[in-house]
Ligand binder design. Structure first.
Ligand code: PMP
Length: 347
């Protein structure tokens, strides 16, 4: 007789609605494919790639490229199959039985799942009423619950709200737990905690290629941290965890980051436009966002979600999720896609 591992029966798998939306504003992706010059470069490199060979064992080339850009060594970089794989690996490496993983809530819903997979106790700490972090409350929770890790999402998904880097530093210097800052959306904010890596050894920064850099299809992410942290995470990752096609795509995108500047600027402008117009709609609250999505609260949230869905526009409906009651999340799309949203909402 076989049964699932202890605790797995009650664990809910991550799930999202997968429909054939005409306009996909549900997953915080870049609204357009890669800039044509970047895509052409990737395809050219893929054509020359020997498909019969395993990738570099430890993705040394991409680690060096990324590390150098931050004034760090390859030994300070982890490369993952999306930042998801890295965040899960961090939980395996620094969580485990008898420890907890502390994170603000609401935040990225996978944090609780990673904690449970790593046999650690998830300790969500409620955000304030305006969805900001109460640093002292978070630190107290970490102290009281023997936290192996404090996970911060900055800017935070799904609220779009931010912690100023000074607040991140206050948390890092006030705890002996490992502080992991998930900066999946930092390009839309402009601020980062990367420069704190020179000062603190209990800090790690996770980044992704899936959002601003439009590479969600390839699954690539990285983490920057002290060498000892990187070595420990390396113990729980599978050999060849990132395939050669993805490494090629990620290296190309990283090297051509400048080609994304215009679309990032447009995304910011569109975010501000959506915020201004939606805030003026009676009964709608728009939370201030430093990301490529907006969290909106309304007593009519479920009706809005239905109306958008009827027009083939996919968004994330959190309206019945505890902590996010009455909220929906809309990714900033192309100007035409955003026009379609505004038209549907202001009916
Ligand atoms: N962190 C946050 C906050 C996210 O929103 C996401 C994607 N939704 C991820 C991590 C995972 O991204 P990926 O695995 O594509 O790098």
């Amino acid at each position: 007789m076989f049964t699932p591992r202890l605790g797995l029966e009650t664990l809910k798998a991550y799930s999202v609605e997968e429909s054939n939306w005409r306009i996909r504003l549900d997953a915080n992706e870049r609204p357009a494919d890669l800039p044509p010059a970047v895509k052409a470069k990737i395809l050219e490199k893929l054509a020359a790639l020997p498909f019969n060979r395993y990738p570099e064992l430890s993705a040394q080339s991409l680690k060096t490229t990324i590390g150098t850009d931050f004034g760090l060594a390859a030994a300070n970089v982890v490369i993952g199959n999306g930042s998801s794989e890295i965040l899960e690996a961090v939980c395996y490496a620094f969580g485990g039985a008898g420890r907890s993983i502390v994170y603000p809530s609401p935040s990225f819903s996978m944090y609780g799942i990673y904690a449970k997979l790593a046999d650690s106790r998830p300790v969500p700490v409620e955000l304030t009423a305006d969805y900001t972090v109460d640093a002292d409350k978070l630190l107290a929770a970490a102290r009281e619950n023997a936290a192996g890790i404090i996970l911060l999402c900055n800017p935070n998904n799904p609220t779009g709200t931010v912690m100023p880097p000074e607040q991140v530093e206050y948390i890092v210097k006030s705890t002996q737990s490992l502080v992991v800052v998930d900066e999946a959306y930092h390009e839309f904010y402009g601020k980062s905690s990367v420069n704190l890596l020179n000062k603190y050894t209990n800090l790690a920064i996770a980044r992704t290629f899936s959002k601003a850099y439009g590479l969600a299809a390839a699954r690539a992410g990285y983490l920057l941290a002290d060498e000892a942290i990187v070595r420990t995470i390396g113990k729980v990752l599978l050999p060849y965890n990132v395939n050669a096609l993805t490494l090629t795509a990620a290296e190309t995108v990283f090297g051509m980051r400048g080609a994304f500047a215009d679309s990032l600027a447009e995304n910011r402008r569109e975010r501000e436009r959506l915020t201004a117009v939606l805030s003026a709609v009676p009964g709608i609250t728009v939370y201030p966002s430093q990301t490529n999505f907006l969290l909106i609260k309304s007593e009519q949230a479920a009706v809005l979600a239905d109306r958008l869905s009827a027009r083939g526009i996919g968004i994330r409906d959190f309206s019945k999720v505890p902590g996010l009651l009455g909220c929906i999340r809309i990714t900033v799309g192309t100007p035409a896609e955003n026009d379609a949203v505004l038209e549907a909402v202001s009916l």
